[in-house]
Each structure stands twice: as structure tokens, then as C-alpha cells.
Design a protein around this ligand. Structure first.
Ligand SMILES: [Fe+2]
Ligand SMILES: [Fe+2]
Length: 364
């Protein structure tokens, strides 16, 4: 490149130096010559492609040095390693269901203000003791939702961003739980009654979930056993809710929870097929959790009784008897659902039966 402007030396000199090029005085009115340097070529010499953007481009073990780069980007050598993302194995975190479940989750985000007909509460004033039962169930649900929000949040930033759809899915899962906390709180407080009790046993049970350091185990305990059990609970609340708002809430939350369970089943099935020994770890973790909680009360009697009243709809003896039966059926249905999921993860019928039995009495 040649130029003859007398100011080129002043302006072009620093520009060329900053880019590793050289500005040469051609002499005798020949002008200035920019001689291309090699810095640009050298800079990209060690660059690598971080897989490719589609799911076909996902690699088994993306290096930490790919860091935050987009999947498929040309990654310059020498950047910082993303050491905090230690969940970086395809076998550990990926499921082929992730892109589809993320798309469903993104499309299925509902607005608590619009998706629920809150005004319908005005036409459905419940007897005080039935309302108190609803409030107690909501109080219990809120603390469970808070645990369900915190567990994936603890792992989210540890997943290598190369597994983009998994990170995206977990972000929607956390947003779902935030909405669940909101709608249960709004229903609980809608009549101005004080919130219900929070039993120590229930909180101890949830605490064991928060303390679980292993991603596969946490996902198994929270989403397969806990949220799996909650599918039955939410279907029960939807079916027997004494007012239309509680029914709508349970319906919407149930759809979200079904997605959370499907995701965990997906990644654990793929993980287990590559690493069958993981099954022993999951079994041991369930037993350990059971032992740690053996001296706690599990489900608060206040919650159990409130489920009976909610399903009864009144304190008339015949209704309470029906509510009691429905609650017994619920517990049996929860157990059946857990066993079915455990068998789908490759546990034998006998193992599934004993593991389901060991699951926390607090349901989550
Ligand atoms: Fe939830
Ligand atoms: Fe959930």
C-alpha cells in the first residue's frame, strides 16, 4: 500500500505500530509504504474451533480454555480458563432432550398476573378452616419451591457453557420455581389469614438437598424422587382444590414440574447408560439421606391434616373420611410413580420398591 500525503507519517505511524505493521518511507517522493506485519497471522495461529454451533458440534469434554466462547467460535489461544465450570463432561450433563425441553420451557413461561384468574377468588369464599388448610398447604409448597430454586441455581454456573441448552434449560427451571413461589405466596395471603407452620423436619429434609455436592445425585434426589413425587401432589391439589384459583395454580405448576422431571430423567438415563456404576451412588445417597433424616418428623402433621381437609372440602365427618381416603390414595400413587421412574432408570423392581420406601416422608 503506498500513499503520498505529507501527514501520513504522523497518523499512520502509530496505527501501523499498534497492529504490528511497519511504515516505511519510500524516499525521494515515492511516498509511504505500509509493510504488513505477521502479528495478525501469529495471533490466530493457535486458535481452535470450539465445536460447532449445532448440537452435532458438541464435544465430549470441552476444555476450560474455551471458557465463555460461543459454541463454534474460533477461540484465540491464551485467554483465561473458566475453572469454575467443573461440570464439563458430556456424559455428566448432556441430554439430547435439552434443546427440545428448553424450547418448550421458553414457550411455556406464563405470567402469574395474567394466567391466573385471581378475581375468581372473590366468588369463592371458603369456610375459615378450609381456607386455613389451603394456606397451610401453600406455606408448605413455598418452602419446597425455595429449595427447588436453590438446588439448580447452585449447579448452574458450574456447567460448562459449551452445553448451552442445558444451562438455558436450568435457567428456565429456576425462573419457573420463582413463579411458583410467587403464586403460592399470593394464594396463601389472598384472604389475609396468617401463613401456616414450617416444621423443622420438613426443613431438615430440604436442607439435605441443598447440601448435596454431586450434580447427578442432587438432580436424582430433587427432580426424580422429589419433583416426581410432587407431580402426584399437584395433580391431587388440582383435582380436589376447593376454589378455582388454587386449581389453576396447581395445573400450571404441574406442567412446569413435569418438564423438570423429564429433564432430570433424560440426563440421568444418558449418564447411567455410559456409567452404570452411578446407580450404586444414587442408591447409597438415598439410603444416606434416609438415615440422616431418620430421627426427624418428616411431613409436618399440620400439612398432612391440611391435605385431608383440602381434599374433604368441609369438616363434615363424611367429607373428612373421604379426604382421608384420598390422601391415603395420594401417598400410594406417589410411591407408584417413584417406583415407575426408578425402573425407567434401570433399577430392578425390588430396588425400586425399597428406594421409594426410603424417600423422605416430606415428599420433596
Ligand atoms: Fe416448582
Ligand atoms: Fe421444579
Amino acid at each position: 500500500m503506498v500513499g503520498r500525503d505529507p501527514h501520513l507519517d504522523v497518523h499512520l505511524g502509530p496505527w501501523a505500530r499498534a497492529r504490528g505493521h511497519q511504515l516505511i518511507d519510500g524516499g525521494a517522493g515515492e511516498g509511504w509504504v505500509v509493510s504488513r506485519g505477521q502479528a495478525g497471522d501469529r495471533r490466530w495461529a493457535g486458535a481452535v474451533r470450539a465445536g460447532s454451533p449445532t448440537v452435532d458440534g458438541i464435544v465430549a469434554s470441552p476444555p476450560a480454555t474455551w471458557g465463555l466462547a460461543a459454541r463454534g467460535a474460533l477461540v484465540e489461544e491464551g485467554g483465561p480458563a473458566l475453572a469454575s465450570a467443573d461440570l464439563d463432561g458430556r456424559v455428566q450433563v448432556w441430554t439430547e432432550l435439552a434443546p427440545k425441553l428448553y424450547a418448550q420451557a421458553a414457550a411455556g413461561q406464563w405470567d402469574p398476573a395474567k394466567a391466573i384468574d385471581w378475581a375468581a377468588l372473590e366468588g369463592a369464599v371458603l369456610p375459615d378452616d378450609v381456607e386455613a388448610a389451603v394456606v397451610q398447604v401453600m406455606t408448605y409448597l413455598i418452602e419446597n419451591e425455595q429449595a427447588a430454586l436453590m438446588v439448580p441455581a447452585r449447579f448452574l454456573a458450574r456447567i460448562h457453557p459449551h452445553f448451552r441448552e442445558v444451562v438455558q434449560f436450568l435457567a428456565t427451571q429456576i425462573a419457573d420455581e420463582a413463579r411458583h413461589v410467587e403464586v403460592f405466596t399470593r394464594r396463601a395471603t389472598s384472604r389475609g389469614q396468617p401463613l401456616g407452620v414450617s416444621g423443622a423436619g420438613g426443613r431438615a429434609s430440604l436442607q439435605t438437598l441443598l447440601q448435596e455436592p454431586d450434580w447427578a445425585t442432587a438432580s436424582f434426589l430433587l427432580s426424580v424422587l422429589g419433583e416426581g413425587t410432587f407431580l402426584s401432589l399437584l395433580a391431587f391439589i388440582e383435582r380436589f382444590a376447593p376454589d378455582p384459583v388454587t386449581r389453576q395454580i396447581a395445573h400450571l405448576v404441574l406442567q412446569d414440574e413435569a418438564r423438570h422431571v423429564a429433564f432430570a430423567m433424560g440426563h440421568l438415563r444418558e449418564h447411567l447408560s455410559a456409567e452404570p456404576l452411578l446407580r450404586d451412588r444414587l442408591r447409597a445417597a438415598t439410603e444416606r439421606r434416609h438415615d440422616a433424616l431418620a430421627t426427624t418428623a418428616g411431613l409436618s402433621p399440620a400439612v398432612h391434616d391440611s391435605l385431608v381437609v383440602l381434599a374433604a372440602g368441609s369438616w363434615a365427618p363424611a367429607d373428612i373420611a373421604a379426604g382421608w381416603r384420598r390422601t391415603q390414595d395420594l401417598v400410594a400413587e406417589m410411591d407408584e410413580g417413584r417406583r415407575r421412574r426408578l425402573v425407567r432408570l434401570g433399577f430392578s423392581d425390588t430396588e425400586a420398591e425399597s428406594l421409594s420406601e426410603l424417600h423422605t416422608r416430606n415428599f420433596m
